[in-house]
Design a protein around this ligand. Sequence first.
Ligand code: NAP
Length: 543
Amino acid sequence: MGEQQSGSEAVEHHEVIVIGAGVAGIYALHRLREIGVDVVVLEAGEDAGGTWFWNRYPGCRFDSESYTYGYSFSEELLEEWHWKERFSPQPENLRYLQHVVEKFGLRNGMRFNQQLQKAGWNDETRRWHLSLGSGDTMTCDLLLPAIGLLSAPTLPRYEGQQDFTGQSFHTYHWPKDPIDMSELRVAVVGTGATGVQIIPAIAENVKSLHVFQRRPNWCAPLRNGPISDDEMAEIRSRYDEIFARCAETPGGFIHGPDDRSFHDADVSERLELWEWLYEQPGFGIWLANFREVLMEEDANAELSAFIANKIRERVNDPVVAEKLIPKDHGFGVQRVPMETNYFEAYNRDNVTLVDISEEPIDRIVAEGIKTSADTYEFDLIIYATGFDAITGAFDRIEFIGKDGRRLRDEWEKGPRTYLGVQVEGFPNLVMLAGPQGASVSTNFPRAIETSVDWAADLISHMRDNDLRTIECTREAQDDWVQEVENLYGMVLLRNARGWFTGYNSNVDGRDVKRHVIYNGGAPRYRKKLEKSVADNYDGFVLT
Ligand code: NAP
């Protein structure tokens, strides 16, 4: 740490500033300190934990197997931590991350309640100049955003939201103190992964629950369960094998695609696989399926019909069941929410599905929600309406690169990056979970360990060779964007209207599809990063 004069004021300077103390920021601080970098983390929240700090809603939990979500960098950490459930719940996940912070002495490198408002590159000082919400300013040589993919929550834009006299909030801002909902008439708006977790978690504990569904999602059973001491010991003995498996699958999970072709399997073999996968815990039905189901319309339609029948079997009222079956997209082309008794919740007398594709919401009123057909009265409205994903957190910070170029403008029609780590015109900005990188579409901790290690190696390389700046070239960026676009062309999710295509109806300019994620899989992505390094940082200019 040092100080430099800016006008009459001394400005705090660091070699590296990381933005965000979530899963990526925590590891980045540890890793960079290990190689002797002067680094601090700025965090907008009051404590570390990122997504697991903010999302405190009932039912919130991993849908990655817990033992694939923990960090892999420390044997000691792996040995001492006991994951209690196969898909660990939020309070335990937050405890885990804060345990990591304490264990590795990271807290003193973190500054909380620090909202970065503006970051400007100065070509003369070759530094980033940061302005914080507190009024403080800081400078750094390298700026590493670790600001999350799903950290910019978005509310709907219904008229009258302020008029509601009960309590209402977005799931991301669930209050810290528990809410007794037993006497409350509750509404949940939204049926993405968040809504699908909350709805069954609260259905038994509320007076009444109305679910406002715009479009149903294809969901699959999570099949959570406890992990005993013996099982945990067995998992510990296999950690090398588990992480090796995660490293070879496209999604960084233990689930990888079936080796057979959909077309070589006959109908009974397909059904046999699907019945089996439907009974298995986790993302298997989505990610351990035939590759063709996510790439070919016919294969996808057959799988979708299979899942639709599962929904019909689980929901008593056939009219409700049909409303819960997506008709505008096939299984797995949007992010699949994992559920525990989600469909059974609609069999309860106190739960009502309101299909707002048929009965649109007119506005929010003092007593509740007014649709085209009725006015529903509530004490609590929960907005599970999702996020301005992937680029939203970047948009909320004013990044100004060379020649006054604003990142927000550069990305107006969609993000443009090289390998998801850099943007041309923004030297020394190294994104740890940037758009068009692999962290966006894979098991997050597995992916960010790759990007943090890559950034640490880069910093060592720059130090060893007396280099002060890194910036990707326009050509390399254009080629990468083209590759990202081509990969969208190969998968059915190109048709989806969800956050995998950067779509959000609640944000101006985001109700269009964009190329925001890298669909080539984590192993291929890692090879691209490695190749660039091996070719002397091909695609980057280091000075
Ligand atoms: P989401 O998947 O974007 O779902 C948002 C929901 O709100 C959708 O059902 C959407 O309907 C609805 N909605 C949005 N705006 C609306 C409006 N104006 N009026 C009515 N309905 C509206 O968001 P999410 O459920 O928060 O999940 C986002 C991502 O977070 C997930 O895909 C997942 O990656 C992550 N997540 C992970 C976990 C986990 O790992 N365990 C849990 C929760 C979330 P439409 O479909 O019609 O747009």
